[in-house]
Design a protein around this ligand. Sequence first.
Ligand SMILES: Cc1cc2nc3c(=O)[nH]c(=O)nc-3n(C[C@H](O)[C@H](O)[C@H](O)COP(=O)(O)OP(=O)(O)OC[C@H]3O[C@@H](n4cnc5c(N)ncnc54)[C@H](O)[C@@H]3O)c2cc1C
Length: 438
Amino acid sequence: MSSSKESYIIVGAGIFGVSTAYHLIQKYPNALITLVDRDAYDADTRVAASWDWNKVVRADYDDIVYCQLALEAQDVFKTDPLWKPYFHETGLIWTCRDDYAQNVIENYKRLGRKADIKAISIEEARKLFGGLFADADYTGVKEVLINPTGGWGAAGDSLRAITRKALDLGVKYEVAEVATLLLAKNGQCSGIKTTNGKVLKATHTIICAGAYTPTLLEFSAVNSGLPNIAAGYRLTAGGITTGMAKLNDELHAKYGSMPVAFQGYRPEQGPFIGSLPPTPGDREMKWWGQTIFKNTREVLPGHYVSSPPPKPDYAQWEVSRRLKDDIKHANKVFYGEKTANWELTKHRICWDAFTTSSDFIISPHSAAKGLYIATGGSFHGYKFFPVIGKYIIQMIEGKLSPQLTEKWAWDRHRPDPALFPDWPRYEMKDLIEPYKAL
Ligand SMILES: Cc1cc2nc3c(=O)[nH]c(=O)nc-3n(C[C@H](O)[C@H](O)[C@H](O)COP(=O)(O)OP(=O)(O)OC[C@H]3O[C@@H](n4cnc5c(N)ncnc54)[C@H](O)[C@@H]3O)c2cc1C
C-alpha cells in the first residue's frame, strides 16, 4: 500500500475537486486530504455547476483528446458498480450544420471504437423516435449524428455519492467559504483562510472553485501583493439558463424513452442547445438556452472580473423573463409548435468557468509554489467526473503527458474566443428586467 505524508486542501467540491479527492485517497490512503466548499455536499441546493438533475454524458467530440477521455470516463460509468447507477444510456441525436458528424465518426474509427455511430439525412431523422423531432428546426443542417451509446448522468446524485465514498475512505470535508489563499512573498502557498478567519494549511492547495476561481484568485492577488496570482484573460465566469417541464402520463408515454438531443450550430450562429430526457422520478424534461453571459463586476475597489452574483446561492433561482424566453426558444427548435404551450416550471442559472478554447486548466500555478489549478469546465466538464482526478494527480506529480500538459497549461496560447461558440458573449446586466430585445 502506497502512502504519502503530504497534505492536500482542495477548494471546491464539484466534479474537479471530488474526483481529485477520490483518486488521491485511493492512491495515498494515509494522506490528509480536505475538501473545502461553501455548501455541504448533501445540501438540498448548491451553487456547483456539477450539482444538477442531469448532464449529458457523451464522447462525441471532434477533438480527439476529449473524445478519448470521454470514452475512458464512459467505460467507467458503464462498468464500475459505484458509477453505474448514475448513467442512463439513452442514445443521442445531434443536428450538424458543418462537418461535426463526420469528424466524430472519424475519431471513433481512429480510436478503434465499434459503436453503431452514424450520420443520417434530415428525412430519416424526422422519422426516428416516433417522429419526436419531425418538427425540429433543420435550417442549414447538413446531416444528423446518431450515437446509441451516449446518454446522461444523474449529476447531483452522482456528486453526492462519490463525495460520500471519498469521505468513507478518509477524506475530510469542511463547509466554509474560502476568502483567500495563504501566500508568502516568494509565492509559496501554504493553504487557505476562510471568511470566518479559520486557517487551513497544507503542502498542496488545489483550486477547483469553478466559476468562482477568477474571483478567489483576484482576492488572493490583492491580499498577497502578488498581482500575477490573478487569472486575468485565462478564465472567465459564464452563466447559462436551464429550464424544466414536468410531463403528465400522456406526454411521458411519448417522451419517456427519448434520446438526448442537440441542435448544433456553426460558431458564428452561436452555442449548441440541448434537450434532455425526463428524469425517472419527477418526469422533468430539461433544456439549456443559447445565451451565455458574463457578470462583470467590481469585486474589490478597482478590480473588475466576471463573477457569479454576490449572494450565497449566486442568485441562481432569479431568472429574468429574457432568459426564460431563451428556454422557450430551445424548446421550439427541437419540437416545433407541438410543445409550445408546455409550462416550464423550474429555471436555474448555472455558472461555470470558461477558457477561450474550452480546454480545461489543469496546471501548477506559474506564479506560486504548492498551488495548483483544476477548472475551466467550459460547459462540458461533468462527463469526465470518473477519471479527471487521475489526470489532476498526474499534473501535481509532474507525470501528465506532454500533450495534456501543454493543452491544459496555466500559461499557454489562448485562441480568439470568436471561434468558440459557447464563449460568454453577453453581460448579465443587459439580460435582466426591464426586458430589452437583443
Ligand atoms: C447549465 C449547464 C449545463 C451543463 N451541461 C453539461 C453536460 O451536459 N455535460 C457535461 O459534461 N458538462 C456540462 N456542463 C459543464 C459542467 O457542469 C461543468 O464543467 C463542471 O460541473 C464544472 O465542475 P467544477 O468542479 O469545475 O465546478 P463546480 O461544479 O461549479 O464546483 C465548484 C465548487 O466550488 C465551490 N466554491 C467556489 N468558490 C468557493 C469558495 N470561495 N469557498 C468555498 N467553496 C467555493 C462551489 O461552492 C462549488 O461547489 C454544464 C454546465 C452548465 C452550467
